[in-house]
Design a protein around this ligand. Structure first.
Ligand code: UDP
Ligand code: MG
Length: 309
């Protein structure tokens, strides 16, 4: 049977939401009147979600379970979904029902009009802390301004992509991934649809600050050299300032001023430059570490169980 829609859901410890997620998606997708499949990617859950996913796949032949050998992260789980999807349109949606499945039909409408990437933009977000909203808003804007690809602001991974797009994405084997950036990078006809992001149905966020920071670093290093260039700009600035300072200091000395006596000024200059240099080294390290990971060429993810076909 020809499958029109593949719905990919990355899952990390979402046992409370799984039955409701399956019910809502089934309801919406059956209403579309076309064939669909639900790809549940278990990203190394430890709360029993794995068993629940197996059970769902057993009882509903539209559900396919991909079970990872350990936690590989949200972005990699999405990637595995791309690899297994068979539909003509591929949808990515979170497991916590923050993204209402009903919106999928709106995305599909745009797809039928001929758009190849239809991303969902959050007009409102409910039930999230001010810190999450603030950091997310800042993140999207920083990424937008410093990366070379125009990655739509306030849009997460919730989106629909045409088979053509996913075939291209499958060839992009980078390890430190930022799927939203990748799907903007490929081009094609893109459009956004706004929606209201709800509160999580149950459980807590699987994105602690540490993971958000990782994601932000992946987004920046994956799509921009800006941080590397900052060191250069800073070098020029510091060198320029010190050249300017030479005649000024010489003049002050000759005229007998006491302005630069003592060690404090030397100490501050040394510490400041030392700090800047260490930060620049750290930035270099972020890029080199990623290069090293690419060079190792390990598989992106390891699957313990997957459907045969
Ligand atoms: N997720 C995952 N692996 C992880 C972390 C999260 O597959 O290591 C999944 C999670 O189960 C959910 C989606 O990614 O379906 C988004 O996570 P979450 O809702 O916790 O993020 P938030 O909405 O708080 O940004
Ligand atoms: Mg969420």
């Amino acid at each position: 049977m020809k499958i029109t829609y593949s719905i990919i859901v990355p899952i990390y410890n979402e046992i409370e939401t799984l039955p409701e997620l399956h019910r809502r998606i089934k309801e919406v997708m059956d209403a579309s009147g076309e064939a669909w499949e639900l790809i549940l990617v278990d990203d190394g859950s430890t709360d029993g979600s794995t068993e629940k996913i197996r059970e769902l796949a057993k009882n509903d032949k539209a559900v396919r379970a991909i079970i990872f050998a350990r936690n590989f992260g949200h972005q990699v789980a999405i990637t595995a979904g791309w690899d297994y999807a068979r539909g003509d349109a591929i949808v990515i949606i979170d497991a916590d029902l923050q993204d209402p499945p009903e919106v999928i039909l709106e995305l599909a409408k745009k797809w039928k009009e001929g758009y190849e990437v239809v991303y969902a933009t959050r007009a409102e977000r409910e039930g999230e802390s001010w810190f999450k909203k603030f950091s997310a808003a800042l993140f999207y804007r920083v990424i937008y301004s410093i990366t070379d690809v125009k990655i739509p602001v306030d849009s997460g991974d919730f989106r629909l992509m045409d088979r053509k797009v996913v075939n291209v994405l499958k060839q992009m084997k980078e390890r430190h991934r930022f799927p939203r950036g990748m799907s903007a990078w490929v081009g094609f006809k893109q459009i956004g649809v706004t929606y209201k992001r709800n509160a999580r149905m149950a459980g807590v966020t699987k994105y602690p600050f540490r993971k958000m920071l990782r994601l932000a670093l992946n987004a920046i290093t994956g799509f921009s050299y800006f941080p590397l260039q900052v060191a250069t700009y800073f070098g020029f600035l510091a060198a320029g300032l010190s050249i300017l300072a030479i005649p000024i200091v010489a003049y002050l000395r000759i005229t007998g001023s006491q302005a630069f006596f003592g060690q404090a000024s030397t100490l501050i200059a040394v510490l400041f430059l030392g700090g800047v240099q260490l930060i620049s080294l750290g930035i270099l390290g972020e890029y080199i570490g990623r290069l090293y990971d690419e060079a190792k060429g390990r598989p992106l993810y390891i699957v313990r169980e997957a459907p045969e076909e």
